[in-house]
Each structure stands twice: as C-alpha cells, then as structure tokens.
Ligand binder design. Structure first.
Ligand code: ADP
Ligand code: MG
Length: 335
C-alpha cells in the first residue's frame, strides 16, 4: 500500500525562486527510497515540505498524501499529531536539533508524553527502551547533548524519531557530518530498524553509493526536479541520465565525503533556483548534450520497466509525454 504519494510538488521560497519543481514520488510501506543529488538540488526542501516545516511565506503546490491523508490541506492539530506518529525527520546536524540545556532522556520523553498520553513512569521506561534500541545504555538518558559524541547524538535523534512509532522516517543526510566508521554503524542501525518495524524510509544523501547500498529505489534530483528514478542498484550501475551517471561515477565508494561538493568528473555547480537554465537544466554541464537540450525540457521517459529518466538520449516510446508538456512545466515554475 502506498505510504507516501507526492504529485507535482512545487515549492517556491519567499522571493520567488522555485527550489522544487514538479516532483512526483511514491513510497510503499516498508520500502526504502533514496533521494540523491548535489548540495542545492532541493532535497531538504522536499523533505521539509512533506511535513510542512518550510518557512512562513513559502508557496507549496501539488499534492502530498501520507497514508492517504492530504498533508497540505490538513488542519493544524492533525498536522502536529502526524509530525510525530505519521512521519518524523532525522536531520543532519543533531547538535542543532537537540536542546543543549535539557537532558536527552527528557527530550526523547517529551513527544511520548504529549502524543501518546503516557504517564511519566511509562515515558521513562519507553525512553530507556528506545535508547537501548539505538545502541545506547538506558542510563545515558541523564546525559546532556554535549556529553555525547556526534555518533551518539545521531543515535539519540533516531531514538526521538522512533518515539511515537512513525509510519515514515525521513532521514536528511543523517550521517554526512560523521566519520566513515560511525557513518557505517548508523546506516546499519537505520537499516535494521526499518526492517524490524516495517516503516517507510526516505533517505536523502548526496552519496549515491550509500543510497544504492541501503535503498530499494532511488530518485536523483537536479535543480529541483527528479531527473531519474528506478531500482536503486540499477540507477547506480546503469544510470540513464548523464547527471545521475556523473553522480554515480563520483561516488564509487561509500562515504567518500571529500567529493561532496565537487564530485569528480563533474565540473561546475547546480544552478541557483533563481537562474535555472532553459531546456534541460543540466545542459550547461552535460558532456553529451545535443542541439535542442538548451530549449526543450524532456519529461521522465521509461528507460526500462520501472526505471525512468528525463533525457533526450532515452528513446521516446509511443504515447510518452511530449517535449511540449515539459516546456509547459518550466513556464509554470519560472517566477
Ligand atoms: P539540498 O538539500 O539538495 O542541498 P536545499 O533544498 O537545501 O537543497 O536547497 C535548494 C535551494 O533552495 C538552494 O538553492 C537553496 O539556496 C535554496 N533555499 C533553501 N532554503 C531556502 C530559504 N529558506 N529561502 C530561500 N531559498 C532557500
Ligand atoms: Mg540538504
């Protein structure tokens, strides 16, 4: 059953630049979806939009269904409940998400008290269980965030995310700030928890090899669009969009954080949302661009069963979206 169903999602920050432009995504219960792309491609904006956590004044259009419920039209009280029990987010910077002046046990217990109606003793017990579940002794509940290492803090963030048994966990670069050994441990932990609890996982990373290893499916974002989407290994090993291919080549090894901001073999940067190139947004960096790539935006085309890529080099099948419809989308999202 479909846990998360995102249709034509467009997010425009105050000031008029669209950081997410017409994204479609689906995630089934128990499935792991990876979202890849360089810094600035709109991954975090997408994650924040799922729980309406974007700054005031940000315009969001399209549709987000979580377990069949429309997140964008949901009333405030319902949204608050959904933010814990429906879906929760693990962010990259655990230090910024934890309150430095409160013991971590109290911070984990808070949503349990608020949203599960537990007694204080019940919440304490559950907090201890959650800490042990993420590989920390229950006694660490009395520690303050600064008394923990980066990896331990990220474990606490994961315990918090699990506190109310969410149906979906969104993990936005949860290991990027950690060293490679700790990163591998945290990834194994997330993998194990997802398998045990049958939750859906959306894992965001710039590192395609991490995602290919962990996830069932992979979506690659560029300039606010999904440019390729398919089975994780297939996208990593046989990418059909030149951007996905470049990312894939840039991350042959898991956890190569050095290539984060300048993937090898891919000069330049993703565009600023205020100045997205016409046609295929990737064309100025593309090694195989041809005449027309600078004017015509190609929509996602079926490259193989369940595997789609938005590139002119993917043969167009009969009845597929015409280039003209891609143009229309561009026109709509241009401020
Ligand atoms: P990613 O997570 O892939 O690195 P982000 O979603 O953080 O990408 O950012 C996408 C684009 O949106 C970037 O160009 C970024 O500068 C811009 N952006 C992010 N947050 C804001 C904001 N609050 N206001 C305006 N622009 C923003
Ligand atoms: Mg981000």
């Amino acid at each position: 059953m479909t846990l998360l169903d995102v249709t034509d999602l467009t997010v425009t920050y105050p000031g008029g630049a669209a950081a997410v432009r017409g994204v479609d995504l689906r995630l089934d219960a128990g499935q792991k979806l990876g979202v890849a792309g360089e810094s600035g491609c709109g991954k975090s904006t997408l994650a924040l939009a799922l729980l309406r956590l974007l700054p005031a004044g940000t315009k969001v259009t399209g549709r987000i269904l979580l377990d069949g419920e429309d997140v964008l039209t949901m009333r405030w009280g319902r949204l608050r409940a959904v933010r814990w029990a429906g879906a929760s987010i693990v962010f990259q910077g655990a230090m910024h998400s934890l309150n430095p002046v409160h013991r971590i046990g109290d911070q984990i217990a808070e949503p349990i008290l608020l949203h599960r109606g537990e007694t204080a003793a019940g919440a304490r017990r559950r907090t201890g269980e959650l800490l042990e579940h993420v590989g920390l002794p229950a006694a660490r509940a009395s520690a303050y965030p600064h008394e923990l290492s980066g990896g331990q803090r990220q474990r606490v963030m994961i315990a918090m995310a699990l506190a109310c048994d969410p149906r979906l966990i969104v993990a936005d670069e949860p290991t990027t700030a950690l060293d490679v050994m700790i990163q591998a441990q945290i990834l194994r932990l997330i993998e194990q928890l997802v398998a045990e609890q049958d939750v859906g996982l959306m894992m965001i990373s710039h590192d395609l090899s991490v995602l290919a290893d962990l996830c069932d499916r992979l979506a690659v974002m560029y300039a606010g669009r999904v440019v390729e989407e398919g089975p994780a290994r297939e996208v990593h090993e046989n990418a059909r969009h030149p951007y996905a291919a470049a990312l894939s080549a840039a991350f042959p090894r898991i956890g190569d954080s050095a290539s984060r901001f300048a993937p090898r073999g891919l000069p330049g940067d993703p565009p600023d949302p205020a100045a997205v190139p016409s046609g295929c947004a990737f064309h100025p960096r593309c090694p195989v661009s041809v005449d027309g790539c600078d004017t015509v935006a190609i929509g996602l085309r079926e490259a193989a069963p369940g595997h789609r890529a938005a590139c002119v080099h993917v043969p167009e099948e009969p009845g597929a979206a015409t280039p003209a419809s891609g143009d229309t989308k561009d026109a709509r999202s241009t401020p």
